[in-house]
Design a protein around this ligand. Structure first.
Ligand SMILES: [Zn+2]
Length: 54
């Protein structure tokens, strides 16, 4: 399946560590490449779309 290969390729190109975080908007659990101690606020997909452009 080309789609599977594409996903696998993306995974290989982004071997970043993911941290368990909570969305700053709705509090849903999600994974982020940003460590918990980083100042960035992170959003789930839904809140990200809704959040105002900075
Ligand atoms: Zn959210």
């Amino acid at each position: 399946m080309p789609q599977c290969r594409y996903a696998q390729c993306l995974k290989l190109r982004n071997p970043q560590k993911l941290f368990a975080r909570c969305c700053s908007g709705c509090g849903v659990a999600l994974q982020s490449p940003y460590a918990p101690e980083r100042p960035e606020r992170i959003f789930c997909e839904g809140c990200y779309v809704k959040s105002p452009v900075v």
